[in-house]
Design a protein around this ligand. Structure first.
Ligand code: HAM
Length: 422
């Protein structure tokens, strides 16, 4: 028989782990709802042009990381590599901006990028993201960033750095690009082969190169923040004031550029010391020109995406335990004639009363079933042997205290609920 394994760069979220995922997703949903965001669910695949035309032909994602396939009808489709373009496609298609001056949506989406897998980098990953359309004030940018930081702080991650930059707009970026190309051309010999290609095709991405030679060569390169037009400069100042007002600490990083071409003005990233080379837990920014590129009237917009797998790695690296558990409150131990039937009925009552209950119909000895109850971390074992079943009175063992009491069947749910509250 062949040995089946999950494809490279993907992972299974096992039943013992999924409670963490659900908890994180729940925190994200609650925070989004508290800030006026509603969920959007878009298809897993989109027409390929949505990405090639709107993310940037020369970006890593479009040039080499997309999972693209032809349908039988000859249409080219692509598994979504990110969530912003699909959300904006839906915004335009359904005219979501018609009712209110702003539209706020969030998503929890599985995304696909054919990257070289390593710790924190997968070919399928999950992003918790949100997008806000229709607001251009810098206070919006500060608010969006504050949602991201509040979210990760709520999970217990305090040890992170927020990096911000402004990457200008259609007016000032071409000037900056020229200045950067001029500077980097003189250092071309010290650049890696990828950056020599970027110099011609996507010069801003050189600033993000992790190669030491490139970092040194570009250490004194002109900073985009020094080349901003008055509007972008004022917007960036407004953002920083907003963050100060909210007491959010940030670092201005002149080399922060992000990986997609749609960004304008604000760019930000949250990095964690708990991660290795792939240290960005999340990132985002403004993209004021994307919606016009989709054939809609121009609309300012901003959003972010946070990688769920990287959040989990960060939590593990920082030793942060989430308040989650798969343990049942009650483990029904059933052994002997009539016990499985009694267990079936009582478990159903307990569950209706909201008590997390595990049944055991294996027919093993009481000792063996008690062992499993302990292994699962059950708070109570409800023991139904032959005498208990006959007298309709369960022996309830408090697994923490080690004490045991007899409880009549009709009083069982009430008894467990009272005890658990204490
Ligand atoms: P991104 O920086 O490409 O931005 O991804 C956001 C986050 O997703 C990253 O910081 C990282 O945590 C996670 N991530 C990305 N790629 C991988 C991967 N291969 N494996 C594991 N995690 C990964 C975007 O995608 C933008 N659409 C975010 C955005 C929303 N900007 C505005 N609105």
């Amino acid at each position: 028989m062949p040995e089946y394994k999950a494809p490279r760069g993907t992972m299974d979220v096992l039943p013992s782990e999924s409670c963490k995922w659900q908890y994180i997703e729940g925190v994200f949903r609650d925070i989004c709802a508290s800030c006026g965001f509603s969920e959007i669910r878009t298809p897993t695949f989109e027409h390929t042009e949505l990405f090639t035309r709107n993310l940037g032909e020369t970006t890593d994602v479009v040039s080499k990381e997309m999972y693209t396939f032809q349908t039988a009808g000859g249409r080219s489709l692509t598994l979504r590599p990110e969530g912003t373009a699909p959300s904006m496609r839906a915004f335009v298609e359904h005219n979501l901006g018609s009712a209110l001056p702003f539209t706020k949506m969030y998503y929890i989406a599985r995304l696909f990028r054919y990257e070289r897998p390593q710790a924190g980098r997968y070919r399928e990953h999950t992003q918790l993201g949100l997008e806000c359309v229709g607001e251009e004030a810098p206070q919006t940018d500060a608010e969006i960033i504050s949602i991201a930081t509040r979210f990760i702080e709520t999970l217990g991650i305090k040890d992170y750095r927020l990096k911000i930059n402004s990457i200008g707009c259609r007016v000032c970026r071409p000037e900056y690009r020229k200045a950067l190309v001029e500077y980097a051309s003189q250092k071309a010999d010290s650049l890696c082969s990828v950056c020599r290609w970027r110099l011609e095709n996507n010069p801003l991405r050189m600033l993000d190169c992790k190669e030491e030679g490139c970092r040194q060569a570009l250490a004194d390169a002109p900073a985009i923040s020094d080349c901003l037009c008055p509007e972008c400069r004022a917007h960036f100042e407004g953002l920083k004031e907003g963050l100060d007002l909210l007491g959010i600490k940030y670092e201005q990083d002149k080399n922060l550029v992000r990986g997609f071409d749609y960004y304008t003005k604000t760019a930000f990233e949250i990095v964690s010391s708990g991660l290795g080379a792939q240290n960005a837990v999340g990132g985002g920014g403004r993209y004021d020109d994307l919606i016009a590129g989709l054939g809609h009237k121009p609309e300012p917009a901003i959003g972010f995406g946070i990688g769920l797998e990287r959040l989990i790695l960060t939590l593990e690296a920082l030793g942060i335990e989430l308040p989650v558990s798969n343990s049942p409150e009650v483990y029904m131990v059933a052994c002997g004639s009539g016990a499985p039937e009694a267990s079936l009925a009582l478990a159903s009552e307990l569950r209706k009363a909201g008590v997390r209950t595990e049944t055991d119909f294996t027919g093993r000895s009481i000792k063996a079933q008690m062992k499993t109850a302990g292994k699962l971390g059950a708070r109570f074992a409800v023991i139904l042997g032959e005498s208990e079943t006959a007298s309709k009175t369960a022996s309830v063992k408090d697994m923490d205290a080690g004490t045991q009491e007899a409880v009549a069947f009709p009083l069982l749910a009430e008894y467990i609920k009272n005890k658990s509250e204490r």
